[in-house]
Design a protein around this ligand. Structure first.
Ligand code: FAD
Length: 276
C-alpha cells in the first residue's frame, strides 16, 4: 500500500493571516500532498473561520478535511454542519472531543467516539473519519491501556484511521503501535510530525498537550542561543531523520503540522524525497 502524506493548517483569525495562508497553500500544493486538514477551535471558537477556509479550498477543488468537535453544539447544529460539509464536497473529517475552552460555560465535552457514532448515524459512510491517537498517551487518560481501549472504541464506532499527536521520540510511536496491534487495532495510525520553528512556543504548547520534549533535544536547541536560523536548520535535519525512521519502521505515512508556514515542512518533504 502506498504511503499517505497530509498537511495541516489552522484557520487564521485575520484578513492578513488568511492572505498568508493562501500564499502558503500555493507553495505547498506543489508538493502534491494527499490531502489537507484544517483545525477547529475548542468550543467552536473558530467555527466560521474553519468553514471559510474549507469553503475556499473546496471551491478550488482541493481535498480538505475539516476537524470538528461538538463543543457546545446541539445535535441539530452538528447535523447542519455535517450537511454543509457534504454539500461542499468534503469527503473526510477529523473527529475530536476537543478541550474545554475557558469562559464558555461548557462543563462536559462529547467524547470523540460519540461524535464518530453521531457522524455515522447522520451521514452513513459518506465521510472517511480520522480520529486522534496519542503515542505518549493523552494527558487526561487514566492509564496507558485505557487510552488504547478508547482509541479502539473510536474505531469500533466507525473511524477509519487515526493521526497522532506529535512526538519527538520514535520509540514512543513504535511501542504504541505494538500495543495497539496487541489490542486488536488494525486500522492505520499516521504519525503527526511537528517541525521545529518557535521553540519556546513549542515547549509551552507541549506542556499542555502531553507531548514530551526530550532533555537532550532541549539542551541541543538551547545551545544555539538566539540563532533562529541555526535552530531551524538543525530542526529540519532532526525532523527529517525522525520521519525517515518512522517510515522505515512501518509508519503508513505522515501528517505534517505546518503551522501555516511553507518552511520547514517543504524542506523536510524534499529531504524525504516525497516530491511527486
Ligand atoms: P477523546 O478520544 O474523546 O479522548 C479524551 C480523553 O478521554 C482521553 O484521555 C481518553 O482516554 C478519554 N476517553 C475517550 N473516550 C472516552 C469515553 N468514552 N469515556 C471515558 N473516557 C474516554 N483540538 C482542537 O481544539 N481542535 C483541533 O482541530 C484539534 N485537532 C487535533 C488533531 C489531532 C491529530 C490531534 C492528535 C489532536 C487534535 N486536537 C485538536 C487536540 C484534541 O482536541 C485534544 O487532545 C483533546 O483533549 C482530546 O481530543 P480527542 O478527540 O483525542 O478525545
Amino acid at each position: 500500500m502506498s504511503k499517505r502524506f497530509s498537511l495541516e493548517f489552522f484557520p487564521p483569525k485575520t484578513i492578513a493571516g488568511r492572505e498568508k495562508l493562501r500564499g502558503t497553500l500555493q507553495q505547498l500544493d506543489k508538493l502534491k500532498p494527499d490531502f489537507y486538514s484544517v483545525t477547529y477551535g475548542a468550543g467552536g471558537s473558530t467555527r466560521d473561520n474553519t468553514i471559510g477556509v474549507i469553503e475556499e479550498m473546496r471551491e478550488a477543488g482541493i481535498d480538505v478535511a475539516p476537524h470538528l468537535s461538538f463543543g457546545g453544539d446541539s445535535d441539530t447544529e452538528m447535523s447542519e454542519l455535517l450537511d454543509q460539509y457534504r454539500r461542499l464536497g468534503v469527503k473526510r473529517l477529523v473527529a475530536l472531543r476537543g478541550d474545554i475552552p475557558s469562559g464558555t460555560g461548557i462543563s462536559r465535552l462529547v467524547y470523540a467516539n460519540e461524535l464518530v457514532e453521531f457522524i455515522r448515524r447522520h451521514s452513513g459512510n459518506h465521510f472517511e473519519i480520522e480520529v486522534a491517537a496519542y503515542p505518549e498517551i493523552h494527558p487526561e487518560a487514566e492509564h496507558y491501556d485505557s487510552d488504547i481501549d478508547f482509541l479502539k472504541q473510536k474505531f469500533r464506532c466507525g473511524a477509519d484511521s487515526a493521526i497522532t499527536q506529535y512526538f519527538f521520540n520514535a520509540d514512543a510511536y513504535f511501542y504504541f503501535m505494538e500495543r495497539c496491534q496487541q489490542a486488536g487495532i488494525e486500522q492505520p495510525i499516521y504519525p503527526g510530525v511537528m517541525p521545529i520553528t518557535n521553540f519556546s512556543n513549542l515547549c509551552r504548547f507541549s506542556a499542555n498537550c502531553g507531548a514530551e520534549i526530550p532533555r537532550w533535544l532541549k539542551q541541543r536547541v538551547d545551545s544555539f542561543g538566539d540563532d533562529q536560523q541555526a535552530i531551524e536548520e538543525w530542526g529540519v535535519e532532526f525532523i527529517s531523520r525522525l520521519s525517515e525512521r518512522l517510515l522505515a519502521g512501518g509508519a503508513p505515512g505522515i501528517h505534517f503540522y505546518t503551522m501555516n508556514q511553507v518552511e520547514p515542512t517543504r524542506s523536510i518533504w524534499n529531504n524525504l524525497g516525497l516530491s511527486r
